[in-house]
Design a protein around this ligand. Structure first.
Ligand code: ATP
Ligand code: MG
Length: 578
């Protein structure tokens, strides 16, 4: 492509509205432009990247035997009613106002089950893997960070149809392998979180995460053994609270002015591990007391899962007073005026000699023995893992990092096939529901996540596999030198003829402008043609990421470009950490 005729609106200024580095760079390098909140146009350079990523995805999906479909975004609301998701999706599902009975699909399990019901009759037609790469619509409450969280985005979604759970396990494993290959080929350093239940028939789900400050998920990760989990489920091998041999008699004591665990520690000399912090939450309208050790942090997602609550929130100060008679800081498990469920963190199991609030402002109890003095309804892991805590698998120190979810694989089971009547006849002629899996990849998220991990202060650093073009040909002083124009034109043609994709900066711009734009766009190689170089019979090659420069004879330039591109594609940083 000749730059002088291309639509590449680069920006010198930092776009004011861009919150993530990848968002800034995608705007500045002219890959995308915003059309509305959470809605982006892909400009030619950005679209070339999209197509390359989609091609990698297609190749890897085809390799596991998947077949490509194209399902409509307009869906009959009826199938969404049949699975109940018209309710559970809530406001995220877009409804169409002037045409009753249609919605915009945020995902396609319903459509797949619908077609499976029409056409799958026998176990002989299974297994199947169906996929598509298609726009998805989600009315995200907070579209953020550019294309990382859009209201319209492109998803590769696939669905496996199997006769039994063993088959689903195989389809799931094929996807896990395909995803590893896709993300590796796209140059992402990723890790996988989420527990696979292992047992046949168990449900399982795994998320493919890319570490980045722009990530909206927080994960704990062990760099020694590879253990990784979303903090919403992550465990650690923190030491439990020791049960001391003797429990002294329970005693109420005055603690004027004590508001926090740190106040208890500093003003009353109580060791942190003997403090039991009490919080009140409202779960589906009912108060619940939660006990945690010392300064441990509650994880609301864990608590919600343990309680199986649809809605969970902290009690307001008024509710605290109403249910406990005290304000935050003086609440505890003993002498609660309102009976409520008490959930204690696993770390406090059967502990004694604890201090906690007395449900009266300015008073605490000491010598609390959780076995002797109160009724704990349930011990469960509800604390948030902190950096440096021992890995639950190998004991090494855990890291806690922000991460972007780029892909998700999920064993669905028969929920959708049962709801939509997608059944088949097994070997013995019995009718059974198809066992399904569903698997998603965010195409734009791959690109943004890649840029988060591959940029410097000057711009993007692409790898050949997904770069919009391979080589940025810079003809310096093209307006002054016929030799520069002629040799650049020739290089442009011979590189394309050799299968190298070239962006040719043939603009009448200063060398400084051209260098800056080339670094911003970040094509893997820059081929610099100048009058001075040509006098010596050479051109210059610059590797964008490392800055390494090579002076090569004009006649060898095409071969050298091909050789460097091959080497760049094989650099070790394209390999994932795990
Ligand atoms: P998130 O938790 O980030 O909202 P999700 O778990 O709802 O994502 P899935 O339903 O698992 O997403 O969708 C599959 C993939 O689609 C995700 O792994 C992600 O890469 C991508 N994706 C989901 N929502 C968006 C969005 N709003 N914008 C861009 N990509 C998205
Ligand atoms: Mg997900």
């Amino acid at each position: 492509m000749r730059y002088s005729r291309a639509f590449i609106p680069t920006l010198r200024q930092l776009p004011a509205d861009a919150q993530a580095v990848s968002h800034q760079l995608m705007l500045r390098a002219g890959l995308i432009r915003q059309l509305a909140a959470g809605v982006y146009s892909f400009l030619p350079l950005g679209w070339r990247v999209m197509q390359k990523v989609m091609r990698i995805i297609r190749e890897e999906m085809d390799r596991i035997g998947a077949q490509e479909f194209h399902f409509p975004a307009l869906n009959p609301a009826e199938i969404w009613q049949q699975t109940g998701r018209i309710q559970t999706m809530g406001d995220v599902l877009f409804h169409i106002k002037n045409r009753e009975g249609l919605v915009l699909a945020p995902t396609h399990e319903e459509v797949v089950a619908f077609h499976a019901r029409q056409h799958i009759r026998s176990y002989r037609e299974l297994p199947q893997i169906w996929y598509q790469i298609q726009p998805k619509f989600r009315n995200e409450p907070r579209p953020r960070f550019g294309v990382l969280r859009g209201r319209q985005f492109t998803m590769k979604d696939s669905y496996s149809l199997d006769a039994d759970w063993e088959g689903l396990d195989r389809s799931y494993e094929l996807h896990a392998q395909a995803y590893r290959r896709i993300f590796t080929r796209c140059g992402l350093r990723f890790f996988v979180v989420g527990a696979s239940s292992g047992a046949m028939g168990g449900s399982a789900s795994q998320e493919f995460m890319v570490e980045s400050p722009a990530g909206e998920d927080t994960c704990a990760r062990c760099s020694r053994c590879g253990y990784a989990a979303n903090v919403e489920i992550a465990r650690s091998a923190v030491e439990p609270t020791a049960r001391l041999p003797e429990s002294a008699p329970l005693e109420r004591f005055a603690t004027p002015g004590v508001r926090t665990i740190d106040d208890l520690i500093t003003q009353h000399g109580i060791p942190e591990e003997r403090c039991a912090k009490a919080l009140v939450y409202i779960a589906d309208g009912e108060p619940v007391l939660v006990l945690l050790r010392g300064n441990d942090e509650l994880n609301e997602a864990k608590l919600q899962a343990v309680l199986g609550a649809a809605a969970l929130r902290p009690a307001t100060p008024e509710e605290l007073r109403q249910y406990t008679g005290a304000s935050a800081g003086s609440i505890g498990p003993i002498g609660l005026p309102t009976p409520m469920r008490i959930i204690a963190d696993e770390r406090l199991r059967d502990a004694n000699e604890l201090v906690s609030g007395a449900n009266a402002d300015g008073y605490h109890y000491r010598h609390i023995d959780l076995r002797r003095d109160c009724r704990i309804d349930l011990y469960a892991d509800v604390r948030t893992v902190q950096p440096g805590e021992p890995c639950p698998e190998c004991g090494a120190a855990l890291e806690v990092v922000r991460a972007i979810e780029v892909g998700h694989i999920f064993k669905l089971g028969t929920k959708y096939s049962e709801a939509l009547g997608a059944r088949f006849l097994d070997e013995r002629g019995h009718e059974r529901p198809i066992v399904m899996g569903s698997y998603g990849i965010g195409v734009e998220r791959i690109i943004a996540a890649f840029i988060e991990q591959n940029h410097d202060e000057h711009g993007i650093c692409w790898i050949p596999a997904i770069a919009p073009y391979h080589v940025h040909l810079l003809a310096l002083g093209i307006e002054r030198s016929d030799a520069v124009r002629q040799h650049s034109d020739e290089l442009y043609s011979s590189l394309w003829a050799a299968g190298v994709e070239v962006l040719y900066d043939d603009r009448e711009e200063s060398a400084g402008v051209k260098f800056n734009d080339a670094d911003l766009l970040g094509l893997p190689l820059q081929l610099i043609v100048s009058a001075r170089g040509l006098e010596a019979g050479t051109v210059e090659l610059k590797e964008r990421r490392s800055g390494r420069r090579h002076h090569v004879a004009l006649a060898e330039a095409v071969d050298k470009v091909a050789e460097l591109l091959r080497a760049l594609q094989e650099e070790p940083w394209t390999q994932p950490a795990h």
